[in-house]
Ligand binder design. Sequence first.
Ligand SMILES: N[C@@H](CCC(=O)N[C@@H](CS)C(=O)NCC(=O)O)C(=O)O
Length: 235
Amino acid sequence: MLTLFSYPELYGLADNNPYGLKVYAFLRLCGLEFSHEHIFDAKAAPRGQLPYIDDDGEIIGDSNEIVDHLIAKYRLSIDLDLTPAERTLDHLLRRMLDDLYWVMSYSRWHDPRYWPTFRDEILRTHSQVTGADLEGAREYNGKRYYYQGIGRYPPEGVYKRGLADLAALASLLGAGPFLFGQRPHGADAACYGFLANIFHYPIDTPLRIFIAAHHELRRYCAAMHAAVTKNNGYG
Ligand SMILES: N[C@@H](CCC(=O)N[C@@H](CS)C(=O)NCC(=O)O)C(=O)O
């Protein structure tokens, strides 16, 4: 029995956290059967971070470690055809997305222009969450941004970083429809987790405006959303 533990859905996406959505997308692309438990409290997770999986009693945290575990255990063929250069690009992309994560998270939780919309949508969608819970989470995240470093930049400096990440990703998208051609790979699941968590939210942050203005990113998001939601059964 395979269970994915991750944050709850928002705006129709299966997970409002990019790392959780990345694992969800990977599982769907591979056609693996799993149950999905949405939780708010990350205390039980390895290192106190979501997502994590329980695979027949084996508990694994960190989205990349989860993906590596699934590929090895279920002998998944999704990335078997990647060249060494594509594998390197996959690695670099995942690390770049780790940087984009902070900008995306900052835009929702920290930037006073977008926080009220995000907060109100969580309250509207998840009745068990209170305004006080969210204020507490916002304060906690504010400290995370400070200690990570992003919280010490002015907002323009924060978005400059994130927009450079999105521009780099846009420049990699060729004829497509996916990063490495005609079918999605693990790297696409990773990119989707982040892009969809920006673009599918009707909150016009600089990141979302950038995606909306770039045809190749919009097209890529749509192709990945279709692939993830229709379950192609790659694996
Ligand atoms: N390296 C981890 C990062 C996961 C991550 O950053 N999770 C965040 C989502 S907001 C989390 O659970 N944060 C709670 C915390 O750090 O206390 C992965 O790839 O899964």
